[in-house]
Ligand binder design. Structure first.
Ligand code: UDP
Length: 238
């Protein structure tokens, strides 16, 4: 097996990726499969920090009557459920992990402390970041960009369910949709590509954080991307 392309990565897993074919909640078989992929990544010597989404439970913007910040805090709590489930699945297969949350909940997890997170990574622990950025009106994609900048990750690996990269239109609706191999962040903003929200895109662009968008449905894709195999779409500033 080749040498990994990256030393330290942020793996962004959407909530949906954990729900398998159920669409909502957590599918135990799916989370075990993803954990096995993460274990392989860890075993080749990559420092792995994970930002988990929460869309399998709740998305702040989907509330109709509720005020937005309450709805967003509910979404952030959903990400913590996912973080705990992932921690448990990883530990059952022998991967040492720490969960850090952006909203303090001491009985459940450590609070987010940058230096401690880096220390855990250096000691070979997988760190899972829960509760997004801790702020309403943000997404976990933005949290992934923020944490990547803070811990100086080499790349964000954006694992998507149901799509294997960035397209010029929805490939599930348009059979002629064209997949991009390379993109710049400014292209995502200019073309209004819905792969990440504009806050997350701008944060990555301003801080020159490379991103690889790829499909998680294929087994071993996480490892393949980390080994530098050309799958999905690579986004970076030229
Ligand atoms: N959220 C938030 N601030 C953050 C991260 C997440 O308010 O920093 C809330 C927001 O309501 C969001 C929900 O948590 O809709 C779940 O996160 P996200 O939609 O990013 O999850 P994903 O789509 O990746 O599963």
């Amino acid at each position: 097996m080749g040498k990994p392309k990256y030393n330290r990565v942020i793996l962004k897993l959407s909530g949906e990726a954990l729900s398998g074919n159920k669409g909502t909640g957590i599918d135990e078989e799916t989370i075990v499969g993803i954990s096995q992929q993460i274990k392989k990544l860890h075993e080749v010597g990559v420092e792995v920090a994970i930002v988990v989404g929460g869309g399998n439970f709740w998305r702040g913007r989907s509330a109709k009557e509720m005020d937005r910040s309450t709805s967003d805090y509910m979404g952030m709590l959903g990400t913590v459920i996912n973080a705990l489930a992932l921690q448990n699945a990883l530990e059952r297969i022998g991967v040492v992990t720490r969960v850090q949350t952006a909203i303090e909940m001491r009985q459940v997890a450590e609070p987010y402390i940058k230096r401690k997170a880096i220390r855990h990574l250096e000691k070979g622990r997988v760190v899972i970041f829960g509760a997004g950025s801790g702020n309403p009106y943000f997404s976990t994609d933005t949290a992934a960009a923020l944490r990547a900048a803070e811990i100086e990750a080499d790349v964000i690996l954006l694992a998507k369910k149901g799509v294997d990269g960035v397209y010029d239109s929805d490939p599930n609706e348009n059979i002629n949709a064209k997949k991009f191999e390379h993109l710049r962040y400014i292209d995502i903003l200019n073309m209004g590509l819905g792969i990440m929200d504009s806050t997350a895109t701008s944060l990555c662009m301003d801080n020159k954080i490379p991103l690889v968008v790829f499909g998680i449905d294929e087994p071993d894709n996480i490892l393949k991307v980390a080994l530098g195999e050309k799958i999905g779409t690579e986004v970076k500033e030229e």
